[in-house]
Write a protein that binds this ligand. Sequence first.
Ligand code: 5GP
Ligand code: MN
Length: 340
Amino acid sequence: MFLMKSLTFEAVKSLLQTPKNVVIVPHVNPDGDAVGSSLGLYHYLIQKGHHVSVVVPNDYPDFLKWMPGTSAIIYFDSQTELAQQKLEDSKLLFTLDFNALHRSGPMQVALEENNTPKIMIDHHQQPEDYAAYSYSDVNMCSTSEMIYHFMEQMGDLELMNSDIGTALYTGIMTDTASFRFPKTTSTTHRVVAHFIEVGVNHSEIHNKVYDANRFERIKLVGVALNNLKVIEHLNTAYITLSQQELDSFGHQKGDTEGLVNYGLSIKGIKFAAIFIENKEDDIIKISLRSKGDFDVNQLAREHFHGGGHQNAAGGKSMLSLEKTVEKFENLVETLKSNLA
Ligand code: 5GP
Ligand code: MN
């Protein structure tokens, strides 16, 4: 390991005053906030005269592939050589929307071995100390809102334009489930008001993200809802999707996004989960959501090799789908005092 030099905000600011090669990296399986914050920062830094690359660890859903800057995105897993070159040439490296280097998936080793000063901007709990400068705030609704505050702190809000705003709006909208989660604040609304003032078309963004379903995807939602189970005495609901079910509807990346929320939409339900079989990686991918005090971040960390936030977390299981559900049912029974 190299010696970590820490930077003050003033040092970061002065590094960004002259043009540099900058690389921006979001977490593996990037979501709306990961891609939105990356492209928002990308457009901001380009305006400041930097040479900027966004390198994503792997592919992300089609419903996000319309944001300005999309065509410039480099995929580490399929364009490894180009991505490695960008990392080697970089003078500053932003890591966005993740709190530990392993969350960059296939990029972990490349990032660990890279000596470029890293700047972390993230809102997940328990951040690791790998960056030369960390802007971590678990009270933020999204990393995309943090990019806005970063620009603000840099004294650069006059550089706000509709490309930056469109990307950041998308990140804030998806991470707050359209401004409904409790971490959406009056400040969040002021931030998106600024985006609309510079010409961001919020209605079009909602359409592009939420009304771009394939018919097959809607049929898969039907299967998921059919599989929805409720454990009434524990105010818990969960969904399973087997690989076979996914395959029979021509499953594509992003199809299962948001399905876990159906469980939480049932009156009285405080805790919802979805278990998605992935035969290729030989794992069950798990998403957990809660309302109120029930901490799914802790549960994901302790029992499912994962993490996230108090009310939204994810993880995985190496057991079969049936065994995973059995483990889950036994586990929630022991948490009765927190759920019932
Ligand atoms: P999702 O359920 O939408 O995949 O993820 C919900 C939240 O948990 C996101 O903030 C995401 O970054 C985090 N998360 C999802 N999967 C994992 C995981 O395997 N490990 C960790 N540490 N966090 C995860
Ligand atoms: Mn996020």
